[in-house]
Design a protein around this ligand. Structure first.
Ligand SMILES: Cc1cc2nc3c(=O)[nH]c(=O)nc-3n(C[C@H](O)[C@H](O)[C@H](O)COP(=O)(O)O)c2cc1C
Length: 187
């Protein structure tokens, strides 16, 4: 999966590429392939605004400060999750067991919430301290309150401070990374 909305080639271009349209397309492809080799994790991000809840597959997640403990996440402006994080000012990051790799495909569109069963798209969740959903089967989770939102082109980089964490499975449970899938996001 490439970044949404990437139509034509996108600059800037190094001088060696020049003005030739084909050379620019080639450079654009090269840059994408380089970026796709960046190793990254793969997570489910939980969000909530009032009664609306969601889980979204995300790989643009990274710790950005020791003190305070900050996590940055890049979220597409068009995503429901963007609306919920902007409004709810909190999110959870849930790791995914390698045994559960199939679930990353279940959280790429807004989820259906079943209040009686407390499930999102059929996957059990519970409420964290901030009220955001936490995936029951996540080996580990962190819960963050949004401290800053940096508006970028088609994504917003939300920076959240960790307010709670937990293990829900053995600490050494192998967790999923982008390399374990054939998917790409970014580039
Ligand atoms: C492997 C993979 C990685 C993804 N990484 C991100 C990401 O880092 N940021 C993001 O905004 N969307 C990412 N997406 C797309 C979202 O999962 C989702 O399709 C889209 O943003 C809509 O989410 P919504 O349910 O909040 O509307 C990724 C999708 C896949 C399949």
């Amino acid at each position: 999966m490439a970044a949404a909305g990437s139509t034509g080639p996108i600059g800037p271009y190094p001088e060696r590429v020049g003005d030739d349209a084909e050379a620019r397309v080639d450079y654009d492809k090269l840059r994408r392939r380089v970026l796709w080799t960046f190793p990254s994790g793969l997570f489910a991000l939980g969000s909530r605004a009032a009664d609306r809840r969601n889980l979204m597959t995300i790989n643009w997640v990274t710790q950005v400060s020791f003190e305070p403990k900050l996590i940055g996440v890049g979220i597409e402006k068009a995503a429901l999750t963007h609306e919920l994080v902007a409004e709810g000012r909190a999110f959870s990051i849930n790791t995914i067991s390698q045994e559960d790799r199939a679930i990353v495909r279940k959280f790429t569109k807004p989820c259906e919430w079943d209040a009686d069963a407390s499930t999102l798209n059929g996957f059990a969740v519970h409420e964290g301290a901030t009220g955001v959903p936490i995936l029951d089967q996540a080996p580990a989770f962190v819960e963050c309150e949004v401290r800053q939102a940096v508006e970028l082109g088609d994504h917003t980089f939300f920076i959240g401070e960790i307010v709670d964490v937990g293990f829900q499975a053995a600490e050494d449970t192998p967790v999923l990374g982008m390399d374990d899938t054939r998917m790409n996001y970014g580039g």
